[in-house]
Write a protein that binds this ligand. Sequence first.
Ligand code: PGA
Length: 250
Amino acid sequence: MKKLIVANWKMNPQSLLEAKKLFNSIKNRIKKNSALLKKTEIIICPPFVYLAPLSKLLQPTTYNLQPKLGAQDLFWAKMGAFTGEISPMMLKNLGVEYVIVGHSERRHILKETDEMIAKKLEAAIKNKLKPILCIGETEKERKSGKTFQVLKNQLKKALKSTSNVKLQTSNLIIAYEPVWAIGTGNPCKPEDAKEVLIFLKKLTQPSILYGGSVNSQNAKDYIEVGFDGLLVGGASLNHKEFIKIIKNSL
Ligand code: PGA
């Protein structure tokens, strides 16, 4: 199965010009080295406002030789009075294939609850977007030995509304992102991440990614312990570093 390498640009870069430059650099490097795409699926998740212009840079004729687009979030309702929100169909209509759901920055900074995440996950699955569900423990939870319990709970609550089990597992991707490892330069040790991976694989079938301070040096360690791919934040904003991450994950 192909490894999934996901770039989460978060709230970067600050102009469309920079976003296009970064996207084109990644796209062109991939095109020149098509072997990269035989073994990996590369997914770029820019801020919402760049999705439409970036989708125009993709050519339908060379679909298999290009990165795919993902959104960083979505709203659960179909349409209506939800100021500031983006519906699943709006994303679908732009050619977006993937969507990150329940990122820890949304859980912790924007106070997104498990109930909201469950609704978003259900909406993504119903609209045939491939959700990348993020779960992860805080430093305090890890130190008090609650990691497995927290992850199990997050998973259980997120999947609550998706009653059809086949639907749940078909397109769902899980990203294990320990909160304390995100954006800190302090990644989870691969052997510790492997313990979590084994635990999660017992609970659920989907592909499982690792995220949290991934860079070109440590990327292959997570693939070697068995993760199905990586969710990359900061390091995905530098196209050379991101391409190295992809190459090192092969
Ligand atoms: P990071 O972010 O790679 O900058 O730690 C990962 C993420 O938040 O998805």
